[in-house]
Design a protein around this ligand. Sequence first.
Ligand SMILES: *[C@@H]1O[C@H](CO)[C@@H](O)[C@H](O)[C@H]1NC(C)=O
Ligand SMILES: *[C@@H]1O[C@H](CO)[C@@H](O)[C@H](O)[C@H]1NC(C)=O
Ligand SMILES: *[C@@H]1O[C@H](CO)[C@@H](O)[C@H](O)[C@H]1NC(C)=O
Ligand SMILES: *[C@@H]1O[C@H](CO)[C@@H](O)[C@H](O)[C@H]1NC(C)=O
Length: 469
Amino acid sequence: MKLTSAELPYGKNNNHNNNSQQPSSSIFLRSSSKTLILVTLTLIILTVVPLYYPLHKFPSTTTTTTSSGGGDATVAPVVYHPQDEVISINDNHHKCDVFSGEWVPNPDAPYYDNLTCWAIHEHQNCQKYGRPDSEFMKWRWKPDGCDLPIFNPYQFLEIVRDKSLAFVGDSVGRNQMQSLICMLSRVEYPIDRSITTDENFKRWYYVSYNFTLATFWSPFLVKAQLAESDGPTHTGLFNIYLDEFDEKWTTQIDEFDHLIINAGHWFWRPALYYVNRQVVGCRFCQLENITDYPMTFGYRKAIRTAFKAINSRDKFKGVTILRTFAPMHFEGGTWNEGGDCVRKMPFKSNEITLEGVNLELYMTQIEEYRKAEKMGKKKGLKYRLLDTTQAMLLRPDGHPSRYGHWPNENVTLYNDCVHWCLPGPIDTWSDFLLHMLKMEGLRSAEEKSHSRGYRTNSRVLKQKIWNEI
Ligand SMILES: *[C@@H]1O[C@H](CO)[C@@H](O)[C@H](O)[C@H]1NC(C)=O
Ligand SMILES: *[C@@H]1O[C@H](CO)[C@@H](O)[C@H](O)[C@H]1NC(C)=O
Ligand SMILES: *[C@@H]1O[C@H](CO)[C@@H](O)[C@H](O)[C@H]1NC(C)=O
Ligand SMILES: *[C@@H]1O[C@H](CO)[C@@H](O)[C@H](O)[C@H]1NC(C)=O
C-alpha cells in the first residue's frame, strides 16, 4: 500500500542538541476564587448526577474486551469510579499552565489497543506492523505545578452531550480524532453519519450522547490545488490561494460548538503563493522569476485567512481551538534521505529546545492566534489554545518510524516521524481537551454568575446545591 500524498510530511532535520531554556507557552487563566467553589459545585451537580450509571445504561455499546495487543502492552481494564466524574478544579489549575511539564511513567497505559479499537489508521497501527517495544505507550503528561487527570471517557461524553466538535486541518488532525475515538471506545463507538464518501470528510455520531464528531480535510486551511503532481521534490507543486477561504470547511462550521484547527506540515511542500489570484511568491518552486519565501510566509497568511473565515461567519457561535504544531523528529537525515526516529524514550524538558523552523511555525501560530482572538472577541467568539507543541517536542519515540507499513512496501514516506502511533503520546491530547472543556464550563459558569449578579442570591444557590448533594 502506498501512502497517499495526504500522508506526506516535509522532512527537515530537527537538531536535538541544545540545552537551553524552553520558550514558555502558556494560557493564563484568570482565577476568581470567590465564585469558584460555587461554580465547581454547580458543575458537580450538572454533570455528576447523570454519570453514576453509564455502564448500566449502555451495556450494548460498552466495550468490555481487554486483550493483549502488540509488544507486551496490555490494555488497562475499565476502572470506573463515580468520584472520577466530579469535576473538581482547584484554584491551582487557574494558575497552572497544563501545557508545560514533563512525561512521567504511567504503568496503566494504554487504554485501548488495535484489537479493541477499530479506528486506528492503517499507517499509525504500529503494533500491527511489528513495532517491538511498548514503552512509548506508557507515559502520561505531568504539568509543572498541577496534575492533568487521565482522560475519562464518561466525563468527556457527558460534557459534550448534545454538542458537536469538528477537526479542520491535515492528517495529524485526523490522527487526533482517531485517538479520541479510541479513547472513547471504552464507552461507546460512534456510527458513521458521513454525508460524503470522501474519507477526508467524516462525520461520526455518538447515539447515546447526541454528540457529533467531524473531520474536514484542509491541509493548507485555505483554498489550494495541486498544480503539478511531481514538482521540485517529487511531492507535488501546489497553488495556494492565501487570501481565499477553503469553502469545503468554512461553509460547514456554523453548527459546530467546537472547532479544532491545525495545520503546518504541508507548508514544507513546494508551492506557488497567490494573493488576489496573482502569484506573489513561492516556497521552493525553483522558478527563476518568482521570489522564494520561507514557509512561514505562506503559513502566516493562510492561518490568518482561516481565522478571518471563522470570524466572518455570522451564525458560527462555537469555540475555536488552535491545536499548535506538533514537531516531527527526523534524525540523521531528511524524510527522504534516510532520516528516522528510533528513540525509545521521551526527552526530559531540559534535553531539547524548540528551535529553528519548529519554533518559527509555533511563533507564527501564536501571533496569528492572538490577533484572531482579539478580532473574535469583538464578535463574542471564543478562541483557545490546545498547546501541544512542547509536550510533543519531547516525544521522538512516539512516531511510527518504519512500523507504519510492511517492510517490503514501497511507500513515499519511508520512515514516518510526523504522525503518531496509536495508542501513543497523541492520546494525551484528549487529556488536554477534556481539561479545556472543563475549564470552559467553569469559565462560562463564572461569566454567567457575574452577568446575572449571583452575588445577591449566591447563598440561596449554595444552599440549594448542598441540599441536592
Ligand atoms: C493488531 O496487532 C497485532 C500484533 O500485536 C497484529 O498481529 C494484528 O494483525 C493487528 N490487528 C489489527 C486488526 O490491526
Ligand atoms: C442533539 O443535539 C443538537 C445540537 O447538537 C440539538 O439541536 C438536538 O436537539 C439534540 N437532539 C436531541 C434528541 O436531544
Ligand atoms: C515566469 O516565467 C515563466 C517562463 O520562464 C512563465 O511561464 C511564467 O508565467 C512566469 N511567471 C510569472 C509569475 O511571471
Ligand atoms: C517505488 O515507487 C516509485 C514511485 O512510484 C518508483 O519510481 C520506484 O521504482 C518504486 N521502487 C520499487 C523498488 O518498486
